[in-house]
Design a protein. Sequence first.
Lengths: 435, 565, 119
Amino acid sequence: MVEKTIQDAVCTFCGCCCDNLEVKIKDEKIVSVRNSCAISMSKFLNYDRERLSTPMERKNGGFEEIKFEDAIEKTASILANAKYPILYGWSLTSCEAIEIGVELAELVGGVIDNTTTTCHGPSIIGVHDIGESSCTLGEVRHRADLVVYWGCNPVHAHPLHMSRYSVQSKGRFRKGRKDRKLVVVDVRKTDTAKQADHFIQVAPNQDYELLSALRTAVKMGEIEQDSIAGVPVETVEEIAELMINCEFGIIFYGLGLTMSAGKSRNIDAALSLVRELNNKTKFLIMPMRGHFNVTGANQVTAWQTGYPFAVDFSKGYPRYNPGDTSAVDILARGECDAALVVASDPVSNFPIAASRHLSRVPLVTIDPHVTPTTLASDIVIPSSFVGIERPGTVYRMDGVVLLTRKLVEPPKGVKSDEDILSAILRRTTELKGVA
Amino acid sequence: MNELQLRNGTVFDPLNRISGERMDLAIRDGTIAEAVSSKAMVIDASGMIVMPGGVDIHSHIAGSKVNSGRILRPEDHEKDVEERTSITRAGVGYSIPSTFTTGYRYARMGYTSVVEPATPPLKTRHTHEELNQIPIIDKACFPLFGNNWFVMEYLKEGKLEECAAYIAWMLKATKGYAIKIVDPGGVEAWGWGRYLKRLDDEVPHFAITPREILRGLCKINKLLGMPHAIHVHTNNLGNPGNYLTTIETMDCVANLASSGKPIIHITHVQFTGLTGNSWLNVGSGAPEIADYVNKHDHVTVDPGQVIFGDTTTMTADGPFQFLLHKLSGNKWVNVDVEGETGAGIVPFRYRRSNYVNAVQWGIGLELMLLVKNPWKIYLTTDHPNGGPFTSYPKVVTWLMSKGARGRVLAKINKNARRRLDLPGIDREYTFEEVAIVTRAGTSKSLGLSQKGHLGIGADADVAVYNIDANSVDPSRDYEVVRKALAKAAYTIKNGKIVAKDGEVVATPIGTTYWVDPKVSNDLMQQTTTSLSAKFEDYYTVRMANYPVEESYLKSPTRIEVLAEV
Amino acid sequence: MGQGRSKEIGKLSDEYAKNVGICEFDPEDLKSLQISSGQNVRVTTNHGTVVVKAALSTQAPHRGLIFMPYGPWTSMICDPETHQTGMPSLKGIEAEVTAAPEERILTLRELVAYISGGK
């Protein structure tokens, strides 16, 4: 029995990228994890379930095992012959794999898009207009005396966020919870809201109005209504006062802002409010990125193409126009003729108009697990887990970059996204007749 | 056995005192050789100028703030695209080009080495990821130390040697090349939204001053035996009257100098070269600063030349960037980095008709022309802060031709023109001086002994420009010069032709240089023990996860130096 | 939390369906609709219809608002319109809810078969 403990492992669940995990391994199996949240522990202990073990091709209504080389050949053929393929996913794999993905999309003149497109795409669109006053998470831990969670529920989605980085953490200048104030804004009293000093219940789809009202109050303007978005004007003014008078405030926001009516306009309003607050005090804002490397997908795509997601190479150079070059739109309009999905499950999450088209075109999926997307695919290639079976670079939600480790061996025959994509790139290059 | 011969070119190799001599150059296996065999490939360089490949000492090309800039400004890229070819990857410009495009555009101009001058240590893995994907050129990066909590505490406690060991540890952890200092103490104050103006203002909560930080790091630079001087972006950037801060900063370490070797480099002086006390009456502090530089051997400078047009400002000077946002009304990105530094990004347009911008344009050129010794000054635009690096050929024409300057002067704000000394300056750079400020001098300053010259054994990084030194008068024919510098006839990297007539023909990967000061084992042991006790108090990452492995760099070159401690 | 934990167990698992094929109601709404927690309900929007299990919200009050975890069942009824942002409309959609005690919740495999048109 071989037992070892690995210290300082990086978690590959959410954008918190906690890097102090202690993983115990017995006979090449992970048996326990310390310092993780419950979801992380579930991942480390259960990642091996519902696992894909061999490449498969859809035949006669079912799936048949095929050899790896054949899977690569067929995938390369699909991509090389497609007029407008889409390469989607990317947020649950390493930067090293994403780099190859961008090259592949460029080679085949297709579109590369990542899960930002249905998550914080509006946040990025807002940044294009306004900019963003932000920081790394340590700054919050050390300095923040006012923390606002808006349209997000870290207790459920980023469980260690509050204790590692914000209200419950210990920093150089703030010793703990009593040195900080917590404000939560949401349409319902979430478990995060239950811990707040101030809970603001905002009427659904009216975050924009509330943000604008706050901005007016911060600028010392008069608000004429008695209530805005279901919030009494006195409360709006009270929160504005809290914000102006703090020493260091931050708004963390999530899908409550990006997904409700207004979308990127909501983010515009939030970014503008924070920018305005910098005339009075130190104030920052940060989106709560969900997947552990969605930030990395944005970073890699941006430095290679200039743009963070929804990049179209059909003209031989990068083009970017969310709404035209983004995955859901392209699929819903039936515009692409082939798809490669890497480490993502769009059939689960996309509106049916989009996922239907996705399942209709030749679809290749690279994933460790069986998912609705793999079930709808024509070719499925199993892959290993970044940060568990393969090292890889990832970006935390605040842009801090970490190298995740290999903890255990992958199942026999299961390769990494990097190796699979390299093989596809090589063969597709040959088929396209370039050097 | 890779052999190349450049025949009959007009060679400018200032480090070897060759100035316009017609001679052959032999290249074998990537270095300059004595001679080559008859099997060598021959390039006829008759009627052309041959120089070492360009070495850019200060250009923001990779890392967290550069990428945030790309994301901030899709509009910057839309007008300037590069199509994929069989040899080159697709990409975009304009002021913040994508990684592949960056390498190609430098190579087209005959540049072969570029330094990213400001990387936040905590995020330097990101910088290396990008540098790994910039083709052709050799690279290095400068980690930021001027607002680092450990540094400020060590210096406050008088623990100079431990601080030196810490810096050595950090250089190894970040694979960095030199000590970069931006707005010392000021960016920590900005962590609270506050500002530091003077060298003797105290940093909130740290009770140390910018002067103490500068002097401490300057001493440590010497103790570690670092090849480059401390590289400094001074306090008080963007404030009228700040030329005094520049002089004060240069002077504050004057008594630490010895042996005439430069110990401080002040970068993009144009931004901290303003006289006056309000935006209405700013003027050029270049004459005063140049005077100081002329009289002192312990300093070197670069101008950060302004180019009229649209660009993107990006620096670690968070507080300044907020002020620029307020002044211009343009969108603004800010990223403070825990325990270390900050960054800010604001798009900006320099306008000829704008009094202040026109004065700024004049300051950079005055500095380049009034500093007498070309070994003390380097050509930069602080890309992209002053303008994109693709403007370098234009800047060269302004240095070489009073007429070229005059054409621009005629179109700038007339009050600025009256205010500047520039119209009255007759000096015109020679080709030799251009070679010094773009390659020989910069390599010497960086301590890269195998770069920036064409002596036997040097790296065969060579630029060939289609300029006939006999018939072209750069003062009159500046357009010819500009076109030739923009599209090198040949760019050779480690003996391989990478660009021809401005087209990229090969895309090898360059090396990333980093400096590893060898400190005594006991001292390093002591320092890492005290570091690990505090590390997780200061950072939100574990100490084990902080350092960047050498294997992470695609092609690293380690330069070991022996420290005095 | 249950959604995340069970997602890591596997999307085909019963755990996942139990945690994600649901619709959370404010307790007062359940009362006035005369639906009991654990009963099947049909949720219909302008874009589709799906049967899920009614659940009691622990994060009430939120009269008039129902919450469905983002996943295969919500993809049946959300709006693909992205308003030139790339982001489909996933929150704040008007929906009609009816008790559906006789109707069955589709399994994940059945959902996939429906989406891919029996491919």
